[in-house]
Design a protein around this ligand. Structure first.
Ligand code: SAH
Length: 378
């Protein structure tokens, strides 16, 4: 039953406008060496392409001086079609937060947000155009799902951000992209195959990947249980985040419609099993909504549900709700926020209030809705 639901969710990501062009980032090592061989170039040269792409973030084949000049154009055409094109870039937090709106090959719009902190730089990326999960307080949820993104489209967001950091394109001078979170547009578990292939490339050491530690990659889900279970079997120490927002089924049915398929018991069971399999503490995301889920009884129930499984396996991230246009929900009062955290702490739960970077540029959680409408192509 649940597998059927999962398959149904997956199949909805089919793109009526066709597939994104195949890119070097979409290819397995074997596919890349096959494709290289097809151009009458020795297979081993696929490694050189990997070094250009993953180690240096280069896609301009005309500058690949280690390849014969007369081949570079073909290499560019075959391996590096432009998958994402910057439409706008918005800057907040004194240059420490940068939100980029991208246009994809079919005119679709997606966003990513790069956030720099004293000791890390985190990129929040999208995995679908829109989202089919329909959470009523989330701007992306209001868009509905257009399509799944390809592995190449997902990885291109990472490549550009890694280069931006390296080249000093952000306030604070040159640095390194250290963390990636799948918390932009889309439900990663509903695009499992492409997301997982992207995760493997993000964490593979250069030149096979971007060399970002799997421990610094977070996959966030509304609670698509078969996806959580599948991920647990991959043996990757990535962090799992579950968007819980309510600890009881009646309220969660309303806030996270997917709860009607996978209820809080199924989701928490799967999250705890993920913790056991991976050894990684699970993040529980909880957007605090005034008068809806932020009262003492909600905190008490959350603590009870988490403590049911034992100690210290989860870390709660209460997020002050970022109000979105046309939504009837607003952020909690500061005193309710504090009280909510206090109750969790007193019950032995680790919890830290999430900061809301980029809220003035609609870059904060749930605000990524790609407002700019433009179907022109270049
Ligand atoms: N679909 C995945 C990935 C999106 S992550 C998921 O739901 O986990 C985005 C996070 O921001 C989720 O925890 C989501 O519930 C939360 N969110 C959505 N809208 C929000 C809003 N208006 N204010 C604060 N958090 C929000």
């Amino acid at each position: 039953m649940s597998d059927d639901v999962f398959r149904e969710v997956l199949s909805r990501g089919h793109n009526p406008r066709g597939k994104a062009p195949r890119h070097f980032a979409d290819m397995t090592d074997d596919e890349a060496s096959e494709t290289v061989a097809g151009l009458d170039i020795p297979r081993f040269r696929a490694k050189q392409l990997a070094s250009h792409y993953y180690s240096h973030g280069d896609v301009k084949a005309e500058d690949f001086t280690d390849f014969p000049k007369d081949l570079r154009q073909r290499i560019g055409d075959v391996f590096f079609p432009q998958l994402i094109t910057e439409v706008t870039r918005q800057i907040a937090d004194e240059g420490m937060t940068v939100k980029t709106l991208w246009r994809l090959f079919d005119g679709s719009r997606i966003e990513s947000v790069l956030m720099r902190y004293p000791r890390r730089a985190t990129l929040c990326i999208s995995s679908q155009v829109g989202c089919g999960m329909a959470c009523p307080f989330c701007a992306t949820g209001h868009l509905g799902l257009t399509r799944n993104m390809s592995t190449g489209e997902i990885l291109e967001q990472v490549r550009v951000a890694a280069r931006t950091m390296r080249d000093g394109g952000m306030a604070g001078g040159p640095g390194r992209l250290s963390n990636v979170v799948f918390m932009g547009m889309g439900e990663p578990m509903a695009n499992y195959r492409s997301v997982l292939a992207a995760v493997r490339r993000i964490c593979a050491p250069a030149p096979d990947g971007f060399g970002i530690s799997a421990r610094n990659i977070t996959i966030s889900t509304v609670g698509v249980v078969p996806g959580i279970r599948k991920l647990a079997g991959e043996g990757l120490p990535v962090r799992l985040a579950v968007s819980l927002h309510a600890a009881g089924d009646e309220l969660r049915d309303e806030l996270v419609p997917m709860n009607r398929k996978f209820d809080t018991t199924k989701v928490l069971d799967a999250a705890h099993d993920y913790y056991k399999a991976s050894g990684r503490r699970v993040s529980i995301e909880y957007a605090l909504m005034r008068g809806i889920n932020d009262q003492p009884e909600h905190a008490t129930l959350l603590a009870k549900r988490l403590n049911h499984y034992g100690d210290d396996w989860a870390h709660v991230n209460p997020i002050p709700l970022n109000p979105i246009e046309g939504s009837r929900w607003t952020a909690s009062k500061p005193e309710d926020e504090r009280r909510f955290l206090d109750i969790l702490h007193r019950s032995g739960i680790t919890a830290t209030l999430r900061d809301t970077r980029g809220s003035d540029i609609d870059g904060a959680c749930g605000q990524l809705a790609a407002k700019v409408e433009d179907s022109s192509t270049e």
